[in-house]
Design a binder for this molecule. Sequence first.
Ligand code: FAD
Length: 117
Amino acid sequence: KVENATVKAELGRAAWRLFHTTMAKFPDKPTQDEQTALFSYIHLFARLYPCGECAGHFRQILNKFPPQVSTRSNAAAWACHVHNEVNKSLNKELFDCSEIGDFYDCGCADEDDKKKK
Ligand code: FAD
């Protein structure tokens, strides 16, 4: 099969969206189990990402910048940083990580809100 850059970029946008939204919903004060889960998720994401060349490159970035999973804001800032590392290697503009706060919205009701209803 030949490379299709349009499809590859579409996959990338979808994957980044899921990745950053996962961080945005991660607990402020995660339990040890939740931290372990996110750490595994990130490593499995890097192992199983369908674009093999991208995955290999991303694993090198993970080796250099190990996942930060101690709080939501640390996880979100870390994800923004590693995405910027990919942006750099593709000569894309860097994202201002101080703007990450409300950028990724899951569109879902908060679990606490659900309990109140
Ligand atoms: P994307 O980089 O897909 O970003 C989507 C949107 O996210 C942007 O429009 C912006 O609103 C926001 N954003 C941008 N930077 C950040 C940031 N730092 N933090 C938070 N939000 C941000 N493609 C390749 O050709 N070669 C590769 O080696 C490669 N490796 C990849 C590795 C991974 C793990 C992933 C998920 C994707 C990879 N891609 C790779 C795809 C590539 O990163 C882009 O997704 C694709 O080129 C489309 O780029 P884009 O300009 O539309 O924006």
